[in-house]
Design a protein around this ligand. Sequence first.
Ligand code: TRP
Length: 331
Amino acid sequence: MKKISLTGIKPTGTLHIGNYLGAIKPAIALTEQYDARYFIADYHALNMMKDPKMMHELTKEVAAGWLASGLDPEKVVFYQQSSVPETLELTIQLMAFTSKGLMNRAHAYKAKVQANTEKGEDPDAGVNMGLYTYPVLMAADILQFDSDVVPVGKDQVQHVEMAADIAQAVNANYKSQVLKIPQAVVQEDVAVVPGLDGRKMSKSYGNIIPLFCSEKELRKTIMRMVTNSQSVEEPKDPDKSDIFALYKHFSTKEEQDALAKRYREGGMGWGEAKEALFQAINRELAPKREKYNAIMADEAGLQKILAEGAAKARPLVAATVNRFRKAAGID
Ligand code: TRP
């Protein structure tokens, strides 16, 4: 039997190339070797996002984006968190085993408290209970499927460790393996994807290359990448170029060697390097963009895919909830 891989995807912004290289592609690659369960974490997003139109639109965009990128809903249990109410029952079960002190130590909560304190505000200003107990819902997401591995970014490792701590507390109390202990998997090699201005590509820096914009907009965005003022004639160092760093993700070894040679020879301007980057990115994204647009145009079809995913998830989660109930004497 294959091991189980699980991850949650927060619908918080329009997908960009950084998401694609850092999260979507590696997570889809894992679906070959694991039994994967991936979901849209809309109740996690609700803690921050109170605009219903945005919630609806981003949920749709992110789900369509993962499907268009190659996630196969026949192979992966792919669903919306809010469509599996059993997760919320498990959350309450886990609450009884989660110390308040553990939540106080969560990085996201601590950062918020520190920012408030520095501004001279009430330490808990703007902190709702959903945010404070965020790691418990996330623990339920993970533990509900007896997940073996959880592919996440570095910032989420602590949350996965908390899920393991909570599971251990349950198992220790009932002296049995009620819940499986999960492990975080961090994709190290794709760590930093440079944005338009040289900083890490991130929505909050406003330096993103969108994943599913039109071809015209893609070219225009790439042409806006910041470069130095070296002339066309001057030889250039590919290893110091963000354009080249991005190109590497979308090209073969031979293509990279050929472009690196042109950098070093001189006679190639930044405009030409950007055009090569555009061609490489567009080659990979053009068929995905077409698929994305088709999914976005068929909302009923997308709802159906997600509903089928939830129907597969619910009995699996119910089994875990019932195992807990039995262990706890609530049956
Ligand atoms: N907290 C994750 C993030 O911000 C999203 C998430 C929710 C998640 N539940 C999860 C990730 C369970 C992995 C496993 O990106």
